[in-house]
Design a protein around this ligand. Structure first.
Ligand code: PMV
Length: 325
């Protein structure tokens, strides 16, 4: 009753921002991401008859508190699914997602946990079922089941039975790369969960944001099929700006950006003005991710490193979906 799985994190090009059901984690809109090979989590799960509760080790340290409860609550779902309510597990996770890079390790973390736990119990789940289960651990994690370009279909059902990810194009379809620009920031973080809820509940810009999604999705998927970098980058950048605009209209208002975030955004636009195609996107934090093509790797990396306040630039290619070890 033991299995090990590896999953990569992903970066959203069309953002998931807002839930229609908080407990089932059902989104207000479809989203689309690129799975990244540079950042991943490897998780072993072993269910054992004599255990009285779950144990969770992260990077060889015992985890307690909220982080522990998120994991046990998620394992409860898998126990329900397998009709083994009293079977507890030892969970051992190694995270290769530098938290400083501003990637939520929850995406790769919950995808690896779901895959390892279902495998350990010998449950025959399709990738679609696995994606639906993973969604209930962390929304964006449901996209990490698949490699390459991935769409999370919000679904129509109230029970979430049709809210899961599908692959749009595999990792080898197109060598698009992502630079994670790490900034030194001491700003207090608004979690993605709190940030989404506040904008859905209070921002007058929220409904307009949702209305723009179908067109952004159509266009970006066409751009991916055609390997049209300018189109994909342009849509990703404007979709990110629209998401962040909703936070300024919230009550109380907030922003994830700080001065270096803006400096990097301007630098990316300067790069474009000088003839180097590069586009930015930003999640629920101050760090910036920059999309670029392989031939511009050196220029992009060196330019971003020179922005005052940037502490590191970590490069990644597109990555595979969940694998079992
Ligand atoms: O799944 P969460 O709660 O980590 O939310 C992710 C929200 C964004 O990163 C801002 C957008 C996205 O689609 O990943």
């Amino acid at each position: 009753m033991k299995a090990t799985a590896k999953a990569h994190t992903n970066i959203a090009l069309i953002k998931y921002w807002g839930k229609r059901n908080e407990s089932l984690i059902l989104p207000m809109n479809n989203s689309l991401s690129l799975t990244l090979d540079g950042f991943y989590t490897t998780t072993s799960v072993e269910f054992r008859e004599h255990l009285l509760e779950d144990h969770f080790l992260l990077n060889d340290h015992v985890v307690a508190g909220d982080e522990y409860y998120r994991v046990t609550r998620f394992l409860d779902l898998i126990r329900d699914f397998s009709s083994k309510p009293n079977l507890y597990a030892e969970v051992n996770s190694i995270n290769k997602v530098p938290t400083a890079a501003g990637f939520a390790s929850s995406a790769s973390g919950f995808a690896a946990l779901a895959a390892a736990a279902t495998k350990a119990l010998d449950l025959s789940v399709s990738n679609q079922e696995l994606s639906r289960l993973t969604r209930q651990g962390s929304g964006s994690a449901c996209r990490s089941i698949y490699g390459g370009f991935v769409e999370w279909e919000q679904g129509k059902q109230d029970d979430g039975s049709d809210s899961h990810a599908v692959q749009v194009a595999p990792a080898n379809h197109w060598d698009v790369r992502v630079a994670a620009v790490v900034l030194s920031s001491k700003m207090k973080k608004v979690s993605s969960r709190d940030g989404m809820k506040r904008t859905v509940d209070t921002s007058p810009f929220y409904t307009s944001w949702v209305e723009t999604i179908p067109n952004d999705l159509d266009q970006i998927k066409q751009g991916i099929t055609d390997r049209d970098f300018e189109k994909v980058g342009r849509i990703a950048e404007s979709n990110c700006l629209k998401m962040h605009a909703t936070t300024l209209g919230a009550e109380p208002p907030f922003t994830y950006w700080h001065d270096t975030t803006l400096a990097v955004m301007h630098m990316v636009r300067d790069l474009r003005a000088s003839g180097v195609p590069a586009y930015f996107t930003i999640d629920a934090g101050p760090n910036v991710k920059v999309l670029y093509l392989p031939e511009n790797e050196e220029t992009v990396q060196n330019t971003l490193r020179d922005v005052p306040g940037v502490t590191d630039v970590i490069l990644s290619r597109s990555g595979q979906g969940v694998t079992y070890i």
